[in-house]
Ligand binder design. Structure first.
Ligand code: SUO
Length: 445
């Protein structure tokens, strides 16, 4: 049976802004308080989705979350009318207030970890929403993410949904951004590679010194257990702690894989040669391509600035692979030279397509952060909520929806405008109808 990989991109929400919320994520900190364009951000994202659909890929969309998050603010004691809650929180606790306004659910690589049916013990596709405990603004996502995933992948015959892991730093889980699946074919059992930043229950093990390690080994192991993965088909690799301290806050900032290709920086992993040996040993197939980028070719700083590894590697219908890269890679001379040379080498990667996702990049989110991968069969594809799949019509509808509801510019000081809350809820209410999601938001309960 034909198997392929679908990408589900996060639709950027109407409150997209730069609040400098992610300590350890250099772009987020550097752009704190810059003004943003929610409309452009959403359109850049939709354009990338449409381009992948036009390449013949199955492309889906995941709805954004309700922000400002009034329910979370009320939980913290802000009260009165919704307008009062906004005004009181913005005045008394501006940092907490800004966290409750983030459109960070757009980065759906952090929405969940997904294991395809070829790997799981019950033959279903498994989803575990990421708890994102390390950052308060992101820890507000998993409940609604779970609802959106269940409304998108509703058919219980094919899809299994787990609760997110305990909301505690010991089980800090950042989802697919730290998870890569290597396989010779999407339909064959793959090797699921979990990359973690630290051991939560063993402090004698190495860990970063400056910036936080968001993902723990114990969280990765729990997800593998929940999904019914076999030990032989799983590898746990520690991220190089020095790189976390340089700003590599997720593994997908320094490595990316697709099918039989692992594309990574030589400094990406702690005890790299051991990790690579285990990957080679456990990979099922004999055609593994390990593309290791040396520091003298691309420095870690250039990789972080350009997001060379936060690219999507996709398999086209003719079997060639293509890299979907941010335009920032073209603008960096070392990286663009590297990519031009790469497609001329003897690897499956034959094309590079550049996309402008700068609104997201300024918060540290590249093309790969914006998508959640779901490898599936034709039957599973048919069982997906079809309104969430991008075709010409759905693209047009969503683009018009953005035009109708999104602001051209937004500044952090605009976030307490009660009108923005009304605009955002009106937009999301309409979106749940466009995407046939039912009631997934607190304001709809
Ligand atoms: N996978 C990419 C995630 C980027 C995300 N940035 C943010 O949340 C920044 C938001 C802000 O600073 O306004 C993060 O760090 O988790």
């Amino acid at each position: 049976m034909k198997q392929f990989e679908a990408n589900f991109d996060g639709l950027v929400g109407p409150t997209h802004n730069y609040a400098g919320l992610s300590y350890g994520n250099v772009a987020s900190l550097n752009n704190a308080s810059a003004s943003s364009s929610p409309k452009q951000a959403a359109k850049q994202g939709l354009k990338k989705m449409k381009a992948l659909a036009d390449l013949g890929m199955v492309q889906g969309v995941l709805a954004p979350q309700e922000r400002p998050d009034i329910a979370s603010l009320r939980r913290l004691g802000f009260s009165g009318t919704d307008a009062n809650v906004l005004a009181m929180a913005a005045k008394q606790a501006p940092a907490i207030f800004q966290a409750c306004c983030s459109a960070s659910s757009m980065w759906t690589a952090n929405a969940a970890t997904v294991s395809p049916s070829a790997d799981t013990s019950d033959g279903k596709i498994h989803f575990t929403p990421a708890n994102l405990t390390n950052k308060y603004h992101r820890s507000l996502e998993p409940q609604v993410t779970g609802k959106i995933l269940q409304a998108t992948f509703a058919n219980k015959e094919y899809f299994a949904h787990h609760a997110h892991l305990p909301d505690n730093e010991h089980f800090g889980d950042e989802g697919a951004a730290n998870h890569t699946r290597l396989c010779s074919d999407y339909g064959k059992t793959g090797l699921e590679m979990f990359v973690y930043g630290r051991h939560a229950f063993d402090t004698s093990k190495p860990a970063p010194k400056k910036f936080p390690a968001r993902q723990t080994l114990e969280a990765s192991q729990a997800v593998a257990r929940l999904h019914g993965l076999k030990d032989d088909n799983v590898v746990y690799v520690q991220q190089n702690p020095d790189l976390i301290d340089q700003g590599v806050f997720h593994n997908d900032v320094i490595a990316v894989g697709n099918q039989n290709v692992l594309f990574y920086h030589e400094q990406a992993f702690y005890q790299s040669s051991q990790a690579i040996a285990e990957i080679k040993q456990k990979f099922v197939g004999d055609d593994l391509h390990l593309i290791c980028v040396k520091t003298e070719e691309v420095s870690v700083q250039d990789a972080i600035k350009s997001y060379l590894f936060n690219t999507q590697i996709i398999t086209l219908a003719n079997g060639d692979m293509a890299i979907i890269a941010p335009t920032d890679c073209k603008e960096n001379s070392a990286v663009s030279t590297y990519l031009t040379n790469l497609v001329a080498q003897n690897t499956p990667i034959k094309h590079v397509y550049y996309h402008d996702v700068k609104e997201s990049m300024r918060n540290g989110g590249g093309p790969a952060c914006l998508r959640l991968r779901v490898a599936m069969t034709n039957k599973e594809h048919a069982a997906v909520n079809q309104s969430t799949l991008i075709n010409d019509n759905q693209f047009e509808r969503l683009n018009t929806w953005v035009d109708n509801h999104y602001r051209d510019t937004l500044h952090v000081k605009d976030l307490c405008d009660p009108q923005l809350l009304i605009e955002s809820r009106t937009a999301l209410d309409e979106l749940t109808q466009l995407l046939s999601l039912g009631s997934v938001y607190p304001f709809q309960q």
